[in-house]
Design a protein. Structure first.
Lengths: 257, 318
């Protein structure tokens, strides 16, 4: 079983269903459009900000404001890529064709992650430049200290969110269950945990809170987060590894249905 | 060649497949027969390495399924749940299967032609009828030109033309020297296609025999008698030492006594007969007789009996 054959086959699968196009294009459009909108609003409000708030003003991070919503489309992409196999019963055909389950899963994840990486990077750079355009004279430059890292990190963040969702979907199998857990978690629960002072210290170790640190260039005043941008992305990567390993172990052990 | 040895699958307390040992040989169509829920699909999934056996072993040409290099070129299978993404075209469905096993793309066009789906190759699978879906599943099985073919209930949902096509296809595949293993819950279907028969009930092996031998051993002949003087006839038969059992619609069924003798007996006792006809029990009945035990066991555990099996019970009581 040549892995290259399986990768090619997984690429055929992913490019031949409509959900790939609509989930990824939604991620691109929502992230960029919302980023531009928030950037424009922030420019207008800058005059009314306090001195403290001006010190924490992070034009790069502001242009990534659309990520909070755009990542939901990335989650749908990641979930559907894996759970489609189960909801359509295709998993039996897939595992009959590729009985080495590790080869099957990792080929699928490699193809989908590579696609998410390309789309995520393009989105990240586009949202940065368009956001800065909206910010006018408040804009950061890609050459400024830490900005390129933040923009590149934004693409990695989108990729890791998609891969995390694939791992969770591999464990849960059902698309409805996976989305029913991931969507409210990343849209609401994580934000609530991260903003309530009682749970803040735990909340910032959640995958999205830790990972999004990479998109910050200016550290907010009074910030006591115990990790830096790469440290945060590392924490997110640990979550992703746990989800993928969990998905692999369960796939290996379970009957294919 | 498919070899099963003590193959067993348990789900908690429930035994779905119970210590199955048999071999499916090349060059003939082997029918895999059993009532619904007997464990046929589970067995087939274990052959393909999809479900893990609780105990026992199954080998394809002497090798475990997951050790096969490009398994679709060894064994092609049509499973009951076809497993096609509704949004993907027939062509792309076969294409990803072909690519995963290093099968050239030209085979995709060939098998689409073979099953008669060329015209709809670029259409999404969700628009397919049951019969078209079945044809697509068969195309997938044929894709790797495998020496072994396995079909789970292939005639389900097909129109008469499609059924005829499947039967011809299976026979010609076997004539080419391939191993053909086909499951069904219909004895009549098996009688038309299978050369060899493996019967299971409640997951257990009930018979592993040639079709001809199965018919000979399991068919029952009896005489159906109908009379307006039913009691008088029963007395006459009883006096002659002949046992009759109740048949359908007030008829009597007599085993092991020729029709001539019953006719003479009736005449001698002045009993009017409205019907006196020798009957050959159908293969369907032979099959139900064989599986009745497992069906009865079902009844004791409280599961409702499908109607045709209850009907099978009625004549078996004698």
């Amino acid at each position: 079983m040549a892995t290259a054959q399986v990768v090619r086959s997984e690429w055929t699968k992913i490019r031949s269903v409509a959900s790939t196009v609509w989930t990824l294009s939604t991620a691109v459009v929502v992230t960029i459009a919302l980023g531009m909108l928030i950037s424009a609003l922030s420019k207008n409000e800058f005059g009314s900000l306090s001195e403290r708030e001006r010190l924490s003003f992070d034009p790069t991070f502001i242009s990534f404001a659309g990520t909070s919503l755009g990542q939901l489309a990335m989650i749908v992409f990641g979930v559907l890529v894996v759970s489609n196999e189960y909801s359509t019963g295709m998993i039996r055909a897939s595992l009959a064709a590729v009985p080495k389950r590790g080869v099957f899963l990792f080929s699928k994840l490699a193809v989908a992650t590579a696609l998410a990486f390309v789309v995520g990077m393009a989105t990240s750079f586009a949202t940065f430049f368009l956001g800065q355009l909206m910010l006018g004279d408040l804009a950061a430059s890609i050459g400024d200290d830490g900005v390129l890292r933040a923009v590149f990190g934004g693409g990695l963040y989108m990729t890791l969110i998609a891969l995390f969702s694939m791992g969770v979907a591999a464990m849960l199998r059902s698309p409805m269950l996976s989305l029913g857990i991931l969507m409210p978690f990343f849209f609401l629960i994580s934000n609530i945990l991260g903003n309530v002072s009682a749970t803040e210290k735990v909340g910032r170790f959640l995958p999205d809170q830790a990972g999004s640190r990479i998109m910050r260039v200016v550290t907010p005043v009074d910030d006591d987060t115990p990790y830096g941008p790469w440290g945060g992305l590392g924490i997110m990567a640990l979550w992703v590894i746990a989800a993928v390993v969990g998905g692999y172990v369960l796939l290996k052990r379970r009957d294919a249905q | 060649m498919i070899e099963l040895e003590g193959l067993t699958k348990r789900y908690g307390e429930k035994v779905a497949v119970d210590n199955l040992t048999f071999t499916v040989r090349p060059g003939i169509v082997t029918g895999f027969l059993g009532p619904n829920g007997a464990g046929k699909s589970t067995t087939m999934r274990m052959i393909l390495g999809l479900d893990h056996p609780t105990a026992g072993d199954v080998r394809i040409d002497g090798t475990h399924y997951d050790r096969l290099q490009d398994p679709l070129t060894y064994i092609g299978a049509l499973l009951e749940a076809k497993g096609v993404h509704p949004g993907r075209s027939a062509y792309n469905h076969l294409l990803w299967l072909a690519q995963s096993n290093g099968i050239p793309e030209r085979r995709v066009r060939e098998v689409l032609g073979e099953v008669g789906l060329t015209a709809v190759a670029r259409k999404k699978a969700k628009g397919f009828s049951l019969g078209m879906g079945q044809r697509l599943g068969i195309a997938a099985a044929l894709l790797g030109d495998p020496r072994i073919l396995m079909f789970d209930e292939p005639v389900n949902g097909l129109d008469p033309e499609g059924i005829h096509w499947i039967r011809t296809l299976m026979k010609s595949l076997a004539e080419q020297g391939r191993t053909v293993f086909v499951s069904s819950h219909l004895m009549s279907e098996m009688a038309l296609t299978a050369d060899h028969l493996v019967v299971i009930g409640q997951g257990r092996l009930l018979a592993d025999t040639s079709m001809a031998e199965f018919i000979e051993r399991n068919s029952r002949s009896y005489v159906r008698v109908r009379s307006p003087q039913r009691e008088a006839l029963l007395d006459a038969l009883h006096q002659a030492g002949v046992t009759a059992v109740d048949g359908a619609d007030g008829t009597l069924e007599v085993d092991g006594t020729p029709a001539e003798k019953i006719g003479e007996l009736a005449a001698r006792n002045g009993v009017v007969l409205h019907e006196l006809s020798p009957q050959q029990a159908s293969l369907e009945e032979a099959f139900m007789q064989l599986t009745a035990e497992s069906v009865e066991y079902h009844a004791h555990t409280g599961a409702p009996l499908p109607p045709q099996q209850q009907w099978g019970e009625s004549w078996r009581k004698g």
